[in-house]
Design a protein. Structure first.
Length: 232
């Protein structure tokens, strides 16, 4: 049945592409390669525009948080097959290392992206943003430490990417941001910040952009993209 088409951009949020390792208690943040492929195929076949962030057109923007190695080995080949772009938000302290900010009781340590992989994806047109230096709860830090997280990660990324870093994604995405953090982002040279609040974006506030987490379910995915009016 036809639906009224929503206005604005729908920003999707992925974390890990692949099958969760034994012992993972964060299975909801894993999307299998097969489902990821079917999702992108769904968008392609229905001519749903997957747009770059700067285009600010109606359509879908793909983002990934944390910067796992599986974004390169599992997601990147599929993105390339469809000629889609994405933004990946990196925790710069752990580039080329493991997800040491997690409690391994909840989520086993897995590899993070290496500098070489980041550069290869950049070459293709994947964009990168900061997800802080060490993935802290920003709202629990003093503002000086918040700024340190923002500045340090920005500098590290600019050295790797050789480009101004203007995108930021809040770790733990919901309810942790506030006006002080927003001010710190502005003062340290960021222009856009991404949350985990659901909804479409009309860019009324570039520091509280909404994103929808994609679960490991094709059926759910189709529901999520329905506000754009393409779901049937
Ligand atoms: Zn994160």
């Amino acid at each position: 049945m036809a639906q009224t088409r929503g206005k604005g951009c729908l920003i999707l949020l992925y974390h890990k592409i692949g099958n969760p390792p034994t012992g993972s208690r964060q299975k909801g943040l894993w999307v299998s390669k097969d489902i990821f492929y079917r999702e992108l195929l769904f968008l392609k076949e229905r001519h749903i525009p997957v747009v770059g962030f700067k285009e600010k057109k109606e359509g879908i923007i793909l983002t990934f948080d944390d910067g796992y190695e599986n974004n390169f080995s599992n997601a990147f080949p599929i993105l390339k097959a469809f000629n889609f772009k994405a933004i990946i938000f990196l925790v710069t302290k752990y580039i080329g290392k493991y997800n040491y900010w997690h409690n391994p009781q909840n989520e086993p340590y897995i590899k993070m992206l290496s500098i070489k992989e980041i550069k290869e994806m950049k070459q293709y047109g994947i964009e990168f943003g900061s997800h802080t230096y060490s993935h802290p709860h920003l709202d629990k830090l003093k503002i000086e430490s918040v700024k340190e997280e923002l500045v340090k990660s920005k500098k590290m990324l600019e050295e790797i990417i050789k480009k101004k870093i203007i995108y930021f994604a809040y770790p733990y995405g919901k309810g942790i941001y506030n006006e002080n953090i927003k001010r710190a982002l502005k003062e340290t040279g960021y222009q856009y910040a991404f949350t985990m609040e659901k909804g479409l974006n009309t860019y009324e506030d570039n520091f509280y952009l909404k994103r929808v987490v994609v679960p490991n379910s094709f059926k759910e995915f189709k529901k999520i993209v329905s506000p754009l009016g393409y779901y049937e």
